[in-house]
Design a protein around this ligand. Sequence first.
Ligand code: NAD
Ligand code: ZN
Ligand code: ZN
Length: 387
Amino acid sequence: MKTTITCRAAIAWKEKSPLSIEEVQVEPPKPGEVRIKMASSGICGSDAHVLKGELPLKFPFIPGHEGAGTVESVGDGVSSVKPGDKVLTLIIPQCRECDACLHSQGNFCDKQDVLPCSGVMLDGTSRFSCQGQKVYHSFRTSTFTEYTVVPEIAVVSVDAAAPMDKVCLLSCGFPTGYGAAVNSAKVTPGSTCVVFGLGGIGSAIVMGCKASGASRIIGVDINEQKFPWARALGVTDCLNPNKLRKPVHEVVMEMTGVGADFAFEAIGKVDTMVSAWNSCNKSYGVCLIVGLAPSDAQLSLESTKIISGKTLKGVCLGDYKTRDCIPQLVTDYLQDKINIDPLVTHQLPFNQLHKALELYHSGKTAGGNLDLWYLLYMSPCILMSST
Ligand SMILES: NC(=O)c1ccc[n+]([C@@H]2O[C@H](COP(=O)([O-])OP(=O)(O)OC[C@H]3O[C@@H](n4cnc5c(N)ncnc54)[C@H](O)[C@@H]3O)[C@@H](O)[C@H]2O)c1
Ligand SMILES: [Zn+2]
Ligand SMILES: [Zn+2]
């Protein structure tokens, strides 16, 4: 008989306030749901957005969506995973029934309601509570917790040999960036790319551009500490817009003569989206919007600039159909066809959650590594400690 589990989780009680680690109750999975013992979780830019209140969502909630763990129990009717399976949680589910899932080009499953950030399970309720109060999910997942419950359509089993302290990055960050380059843009050999934002997503975009044979990759970031690491990943030129005498798109135009073949925005701000758009070649340039801007932000472009032939495209999770494609990425990683190791900058125990978030926000170097990505590593033995 499945019982409620009491464990520790990080709760965001209200926007822009520190998370607090609390004892929470995690209900058993209902039909069509899966309860997971978490092993690790990455911190993604989308978590930072929701914690700042830039996307409408229900407080209190447990953040995190980029997680790896082991299935603890399943609800009735669950057939694609079983207890003991190693799994990844999916911010973008794949129901395999909706219009987007059935379309060959779609991956934004209708079961992922962006607004209000899918704080509940598919039956409209949450599986978490704290001190008798309901606590919501984030993006229908929640991974900053020792145990979580997600719908079966938002979880996928992966190779049992997968290192659980790293592969969480294959649940969102790596596929989002890498897929934006290889699937959505289809970056061509010899092309010029410009990547706005060199965080976790931007770094994975750079890796995808490099793997596709781009000959020039211009990286743009206001944090110059990202530059040496970005160069190691394949960036050929680094620009800090705060240190330029003219707008960054004008500099890109001068550097390339004709504009970039491919421009990627991986920050989540409308002004950098416009800069990316203006950095593209006017006739055949392709601008990919990967960053998630605040929900009330409007993107405004000069309308005459689009008829010259350039393309503006939004990208959701690298255009991967998540349950179909992510297990293969894990296998590719195990077979050294892709490498996520350079994206891991820190592995911290769950009880150092605040330190992990501090590192993420500061973007400073630590321990000789450049902070591109902060991984919150939740080792079971440390989880059980009283610290
Ligand atoms: N489309 C999707 O499916 C999808 C999936 C995951 C994340 N995202 C979004 O991608 C974006 C990036 O996520 P991340 O995890 O890499 O975040 P991150 O915080 O790790 O990286 C953002 C980078 O942008 C830089 N930056 C900030 N303001 C800047 C500016 N004005 N000019 C230049 N650089 C600037 C920062 O220094 C940082 O290096 C976020 O908006 C996130 O929500 C989208
Ligand atoms: Zn994410
Ligand atoms: Zn669907």
